[in-house]
Ligand binder design. Structure first.
Ligand code: NAI
Length: 462
């Protein structure tokens, strides 16, 4: 008889959520994690620590830019980097210990170590072999690098090293204007670093609604970030603790260089599955390394499932969490479902950027007739009161049925506002449904309602 009903490999947001849900559904479950603490990349070296640094650096920015305007007079604070890192570590500790508590509460066994899968139904840690009826791979992802770029996590860093730099660098070159590059670029720009972002494409954040991307780049530019667009990085050379980034401009093939104290490589991530023994087991994988799964997260091996960054789809903690809960339901003999068309994406800069559903570009490509309802935060009293009138809410609705197809927000609390639209979309709502819903005044949410009103007879405060 198998020792466990389920063994989940990896305790990131996909894995730990899956393990807790399995336990709640009455299954005997273990979760394998080789790190010292639970929570995976997200809690230890990703989402959570970066949000702590974004918050601290935003406070500093506020003190310099806006305190005096509000009559808060006095010397603006200086940065104690060691203390700021300690605050970030404290936040990490609270969160990872929280998962440990939840494991105990739900009777999830934490198997400490790095797992391999020697055979179907078996998980090996060092010399121990454990058996389970079902195994879920939730091993996440790792940063990719570029040819000619050697990561040392000191001078040339990934997001992991960028969270623990020995000091605030005078200059930083960020390779890649994706989510990581812009969030960490923002942190250091606010702390006084001269930040230059080198991006291969002509727009920031690939896949984002083009109008939002353009506004976002302009706002970040005003915050002091410099951009070199349409530039393919060729390599990074290190000498005497400094780095020189060589890039080639796509428009004319000309080469140029940039010197910096630190280089952040933020050119994407890839599934982290090395060492699991997938090849020997005969597990099917996609060209880019993602484990192949069917619509119910089953691999080609009986009883072996995979979720999160290790499979196809956006590499987002909340996508992994949804899959974790859904696969637990499937294993428990219930129905598991993830609505991949309604997964929000958020960038936690100031202003925040959030989106869900289709972009205008996608709708054009599909040849779908749509209405645009747009509302600027300049017309939102609450936003102006807190110096955040920049940005807008844009709702895209079907021209005939008024059903909401997508929403793109750049502005205050965008990452929270987007969920009103997610819920509306799950219910198949029309823009008019939001327009006719009473929204409290004065809130940022009123901007969402005004954008919905703009899909119909018009916004009031535009
Ligand atoms: P990304 O895929 O978002 O962006 C990488 C960027 O690098 C792209 O714009 C790409 O064109 C550019 N690039 C690639 N090669 C280049 C070269 N040779 N020269 C210049 N530019 C080059 O990847 P990123 O930012 O590393 O993030 C990885 C994953 O982590 C993403 O899937 C992201 O969604 C996720 N993530 C999500 C967060 C959030 O939801 N707030 C926060 C951090 C990461």
């Amino acid at each position: 008889m198998a020792e466990f009903d389920v063994i989940v490999i990896g305790a990131g947001p996909g894995g730990y959520v899956c393990a807790i849900r399995c336990a709640q559904l009455g299954l005997k479950v273990a979760c394998v994690e080789g790190r010292e603490t639970l929570g995976g990349t997200c809690l230890n070296v990703g989402c959570i620590p970066s949000k702590a640094l974004l918050h601290a650096s935003h406070m500093l920015h506020e003190s310099h830019e806006n305190f005096a305007k509000m009559g808060l007079i006095g010397a603006p604070p200086k940065v104690d980097w060691t203390k700021m890192l300690a605050y970030k570590d404290e936040v990490i500790g609270q969160n990872t210990k929280g998962i440990e508590f939840l494991f105990k509460k739900n009777k999830v066994t934490w198997l400490k170590g790095w797992a391999t899968i020697p055979a179907a139904g078996q998980v090996k840690l060092g010399d121990e072999v454990h058996s389970a009826k079902s195994i879920v791979i939730a091993t996440g992802s790792e940063p990719t690098s570029l040819p000619g770029v050697e990561i040392d996590e000191k001078t040339v860093v990934t997001s992991t090293g960028a969270l623990t730099l020995g000091k605030i660098p005078k200059s930083l070159v960020v390779i890649g204007a994706g989510v990581i590059g812009l969030e960490m670029g923002s942190v250091y720009a606010r702390l006084g670093t001269q930040v230059t972002v080198v991006e291969y494409l002509d727009a920031v954040t690939p896949g984002m609604d083009a109008e939002v991307a353009k506004t976002f780049q302009r706002i970040l530019g005003r915050q002091g970030l410099k951009f070199v667009m349409g530039a393919a990085v060729q390599g990074v050379a290190k000498a005497r603790g400094k780095a020189t980034v060589t890039y080639k401009l796509r428009k004319d093939d000309s080469e140029a260089t940039l010197d910096a104290e630190v280089v952040l490589v933020a050119t994407g991530r890839r599934p982290f599955t090395a060492g699991l023994g997938l090849e020997a087991l005969g597990v099917a994988v996609e060209k880019r390394g993602q484990i192949t799964t069917d619509g119910q997260w089953r691999t080609n091996i009986a009883g072996l499932y995979a979720i999160g960054d290790a499979i196809a789809g956006p590499m987002l903690a909340h996508k992994a969490e949804d899959e974790g809960m859904a696969v637990a339901a499937v294993i428990a003999g219930r129905h598991g479902h993830v609505d991949y068309g309604i997964i929000p994406g958020v960038i936690y800069t100031t202003p925040e950027v959030a989106s869900v559903g289709k972009t205008e570009e996608q709708l054009k490509e599909e040849g779908r007739a749509y209405t645009v309802g747009k509302f600027s935060f300049m017309g939102n009293g609450r936003a102006k009161a807190v110096f955040q009138g920049e940005g807008f809410v844009k709702i895209l609705a079907d021209k005939e049925t008024d059903r909401i197809l997508g929403c793109h927000i750049i502005g205050p609390a965008a990452g929270d506002l987007i969920h009103e639209i997610c819920v509306a979309m799950e219910f198949g709502a029309a823009a008019e449904d939001i327009a006719l819903t009473c929204h409290a005044h004065p809130t940022f949410s009123e901007a969402v309602r005004e954008a919905a009103l703009a899909c119909g007879d018009g916004a009031i405060h535009a």
